[in-house]
Design a protein around this ligand. Structure first.
Ligand SMILES: Cc1ncc(COP(=O)(O)O)c(C=O)c1O
Length: 293
């Protein structure tokens, strides 16, 4: 079960992988990325991740990169590593050039790097008892729907939450609208209906969010994509985060205020169980039909 890296077509141990210091991803965060998880030896929702990767590249005016060949490279790296429960990280930068904010698109060649590693599972206690989060004012740029490596606000908020004894942070707009987690989307359950932020430039169109919406429809749970405030979230019966690594992670307190009765809710448990079933049993087939993310 080797952890492996891929650099522009070559596969090697991660410790041997290097990139030039003038990669624009390194100097300007001028790069996009995806994280794809596997369970039981099956990559989950690879097509959706490829579709979003392409969308991110188009949004940043990257030159066309064959998404099919990236998909093949991901599968081949995953198969060589033979790690049944893996996270494949894929990053594509605009290219390498002498440091200058402006770029000459005609001379740049996108740089493709990947790693594959085992997923370290969230502690059983977090899944069983839920996690505690802190709310931070959203100080990110206006295109959070593009999955760029520009993640400093996310990293700082997560670290501040951990330093304060919580498990994660959530972003709330200046007007009080709850956006998303540092690496996850957010749902609340209120009076039997689920609410999640609509797809706008302020949040990432999460793949797990999309799958969870599909599961809700199949289970005939009432769900709406609608803004909600921190005040409304604090009055909710349940809250959970969704993400490729978080999966469906119950949140039982925000800023030390309990959500519902402070225990993991029934709907959160049910959705987690169904997501895991799809990942383990159905792998890629489990994705709802392709459509615009
Ligand atoms: C800011 C942010 N929102 C949401 C998500 C969840 O997206 P996905 O379910 O595709 O992993 C992520 C994942 O990394 C993220 O970084």
């Amino acid at each position: 079960m080797p952890e492996l890296a891929y650099v522009n077509g070559k596969i090697m141990p991660i410790s041997e992988a290097t990139i030039p210091i003038e990669d624009r991803g390194y100097q300007f965060a001028d790069a996009v990325y995806e994280v794809i998880a596997s369970d039981n030896g099956k990559l989950f929702c690879l097509d959706f991740h490829l579709e979003r990767l392409e969308r991110s590249m188009v949004a940043l005016h990257f030159p066309a990169v064959s998404i099919e060949s990236i998909g093949q490279a991901i599968v081949s790296l995953f198969e060589q590593a033979a790690i049944p429960r893996a996270a494949v990280y894929v990053q594509i930068s605009r290219g390498v050039a002498a440091r200058n904010h402006a770029y000459d698109a005609s001379t740049l060649q996108p740089q493709i790097v990947m790693t594959v590693r085992p997923i370290h599972e969230a502690p059983a206690a977090s899944r069983e008892n839920g996690i505690r989060v802190l709310a931070f004012t959203d100080n990110r740029w206006g295109r959070c729907d593009i999955k760029t490596v520009q993640l400093l606000p996310n990293a700082m908020a997560k670290q501040a939450a951990l330093d304060a004894g919580a498990n994660d942070a959530i972003f709330v707009s200046k007007e009080g609208i709850v956006r998303e987690g540092t690496s996850s989307n957010l749902f609340i359950v209120s009076g039997g209906t689920l609410f999640t932020h609509p797809l706008t430039p302020e949040i990432l169109p999460g793949i797990t969010r999309r799958v969870v919406l599909d599961i809700c429809r199949k289970l005939r749970l009432s769900v709406v994509e609608q803004f909600f405030t921190l005040e409304e979230a604090l009055a909710a019966d349940e809250m959970f985060l969704t993400g490729t690594i978080a999966e469906v992670m119950p949140v039982v307190a925000v800023d030390d205020e309990p959500i519902g009765n402070g225990a993991v809710g029934e709907i959160s448990r049910k959705l987690y169980a169904e997501l895991k079933r799809r990942m383990r049993e159905e792998g890629d087939i489990a994705c709802p039909a392709r459509s615009t993310l």
